[in-house]
Design a protein around this ligand. Structure first.
Ligand SMILES: [Fe+2]
Length: 382
């Protein structure tokens, strides 16, 4: 079988890495930098080290903060217009998944005609975007190392992922110090997003030798450090584990894509405003339970990474321990709600299942679900 693993992104990581942003951007030949961040980032003082280093490197910059969580196509149009007028030659995204996805979308739409939703799908962008540099301040989405930007269509309210290798950042700066202020509930939900990426990539039909190694390492880091990062945000070692795990999981799923959790999570998030990490977390153990028989050996390995005793057990019993481990992790980090807490009711499940079935992640899942199966899984997650 032929395979390819493409990584055009330089990863620069470690405590204090973001204070070297200026010199790294200068290496890239940047002159004027369009900094994209959500308003909270500046207030939290997370931009200071970065902007100081830009100044020290003699780079001009402008800061654009007008973005929102779960960005819509309208927000992309506004930001693209600002970028176009700014004369900037590099886009630097600083923040969570929304800021990074906006940075990618602005960089792409300033060089491509039309609206971002014209490019929904894989490989549809025509022209090379401006160079993108990503500095994540959460450990979850992995957008800093993927070819995707997920934008919500302002008209249809549906999430529209745009994927292209041209959207991969040229540089990702991974500085655990930027994540220490993330409150426990966001540490928990974003961390569960990273875990979902690693698990869905590991068990899906596209997994391969390289992605598997990455998924396993990400799961191992999350199993040992998500509780610690939630328990004490200033635990830098735990923060480092989580930030690197998030990026490593992204390096896995960027190549394999995901599975049924993401397929089901996207419509639930778009219609009921459930944050992405949280809707994934709520669905993950139920989808794992459903998927067990599709790839039991791999679920048994996941259980072992969580420290579950699996030796001597029949493979399905060992695999089931992965579900138990994830449920216990969620209880410990305080994710106890179901989809019902966000207004999802039984009468919505048919519509959500129809939308979930349109996702390109469904055929990659280790078990092929029917609409009825998906409705049953949603019901368990209510
Ligand atoms: Fe995700």
């Amino acid at each position: 079988m032929l395979g390819v693993y493409k990584l055009p992104t330089e990863l620069f990581f470690g405590c204090g890495a973001s204070r070297h942003a200026g010199e790294k951007l200068k290496e890239l030949g940047a002159r004027k930098v369009f900094v994209v961040c959500d308003p909270g980032i500046k207030q939290a003082g997370l931009l200071e080290g970065i902007t100081t280093s830009l100044k020290e490197a003699g780079l001009e910059y402008t800061v654009y903060e007008d973005i929102k969580p779960e960005p819509t196509s309208d927000i992309i149009e506004e930001g693209t217009e600002h970028l176009g007028k700014s004369g900037c030659d590099v886009v630097l995204g600083v923040g969570g998944g929304s800021a990074l996805d906006c940075a990618k979308a602005f960089a792409a739409m300033v060089t491509n005609e039309g609206r971002i939703t014209d490019y929904t799908g894989l490989g549809k962008l025509k022209n090379k975007p401006l160079p993108i540099v990503a500095v994540p301040t959460t450990a979850g989405t992995g957008s800093e190392a993927t070819m995707f930007t997920v934008i919500t269509d302002a008209q249809t309210k549906m999430k529209a992922p745009v994927g292209s290798y041209m959207l991969m950042p040229v540089l990702a700066i991974l500085d655990p110090e930027l994540t220490v202020g993330l409150p426990p509930h966001l540490t928990a939900s974003t961390g569960m997003d990273a875990l979902t990426h690693a698990v869905e990539s590991y068990v899906n039909v596209n997994s391969h030798y390289i992605s598997e190694a990455l998924s396993l390492q990400a799961i191992k880091l999350i199993a040992r450090s998500l509780r610690k990062a939630v328990a004490k945000g200033t635990n830098l070692k735990a923060r480092e584990d989580m930030l690197l795990a998030s990026t490593i999981a992204a390096l896995a799923f960027n190549s394999t894509r995901l599975g049924l959790v993401h397929a089901m999570s996207q419509p639930a998030g778009a219609h009921f405003g459930i944050p992405h990490g949280l809707s994934n977390a709520i669905l993950l153990p139920h989808v794992m339970e459903y998927n067990l028989m599709g790839n039991p050996e791999k679920f048994a390995e996941i259980a072992a990474l969580f420290g579950e005793p699996t030796a001597g057990l029949p493979v399905m019993a060992a695999a089931a321990k992965a579900v138990k481990a994830v449920k216990e992790l969620m209880a410990d980090i305080g994710i106890v709600e179901g989809l019902g807490a966000f207004g999802v009711r039984e009468e919505h499940l048919g519509m959500l299942a129809d939308e979930a079935l349109t996702s390109g992640n469904v055929p990659l899942n280790p078990r092929q679900p029917s609409k009825g199966d998906i409705i049953e899984i949603y019901k368990k997650a209510l």
